[in-house]
Design a binder for this molecule. Structure first.
Ligand code: AP5
Ligand code: MG
Length: 217
């Protein structure tokens, strides 16, 4: 399966990605996670990306396209992949299309997780992420079993630096301006699957599996 996950900040892309990759046994490629890893390792890409991410802006296409397409050449992508947060602009979508066409490959689905904006803001302000494995929790809607600790690896949970109210508002505006056009892009290709993301995490996953023609395990 070659799947892309679309949806605004806080829609639940990362949360659903973890479940989808288990179900379909494919790698999870999140450009946001790749950038955060580079930032924590203080690489050149990390330094360049940080300025954009902290302001709620998209990292420029040339950096993002290179980093994502390079990742897609790894051996673990031979049998498919799940892209989370890429593409986010029309040039990125075009670059992905060109990459796949050259290899005579195609996407199976573009899953668009739809959630009302007020819910997105509440989710992002309550989000806590694991410093070690990146698992995402929410103090209101999806709390960890032990406060401040990851259910999966027991590491500390922190708030993401771009989850401040001001940066969240900017991220949502940037989403509308730059990313929403690719909804039409994939709709025109007949690949778009809209999923109601304002439901229980398990129900959202069930709907995603159904739309991909699979009964969840
Ligand atoms: P990225 O890390 O991709 O952030 P994002 O798209 O803003 O999305 P989020 O990760 O904030 O939300 P999510 O949809 O994954 O939600 P989650 O599952 O965590 O990108 C960060 C930045 O990197 C960008 O702003 C940009 O600067 C840069 N970047 C990345 N990719 C780029 C690209 N292609 N081009 C240019 N720049 C790029 O869930 C959110 C919260 O809600 C959690 O607390 C979770 O527990 C909770 N939750 C999830 N589902 C539910 C549910 N069904 N019910 C209740 N609560 C739920
Ligand atoms: Mg995410």
């Amino acid at each position: 399966m070659r799947i892309i996950l679309l949806g605004p900040p806080g829609a639940g892309k990362g949360t659903q990605a973890k479940k989808i990759i288990n179900e379909f046994n494919i790698p999870h490629i999140s450009t946001g996670d790749i950038f955060r890893k580079n930032i924590s390792e203080r690489t050149e890409i990390g330094v360049r990306a940080k300025a954009f991410i902290d302001n709620g802006q998209l990292v420029p296409d040339d950096i993002t396209i290179d980093i994502c397409l390079e990742r897609l050449t790894y051996k673990d992508c031979e049998n498919g992949f799940l892209l989370d947060g890429f593409p986010r602009t029309v040039p990125q979508a075009d670059a992905l299309q060109e990459f796949l066409s050259k290899r005579e490959l195609s996407l199976d689905a573009a899953i668009n997780i739809v959630v009302p904006e007020d819910v997105l803001k509440r989710r992002l302000s309550g989000r806590r992420v694991c410093v070690h494995c990146g698992a995402s929790f929410n103090i209101e809607t999806n709390p960890p079993k032990l406060e401040g600790k990851c259910d999966f690896c027991s590491s500390d949970l922190i708030q993401r630096s771009d989850d401040s109210l001001e940066t969240v508002n900017e991220r949502l505006e940037v989403y509308k301006r730059q990313t929403q056009p690719i909804i039409d892009y994939y709709s025109n290709k007949g690949l778009l699957k809209n999923i109601d993301g304002y439901q229980d995490i398990a129900k959202v996953f069930e709907d995603i599996c159904k739309t991909l023609g699979r009964d969840p395990k």
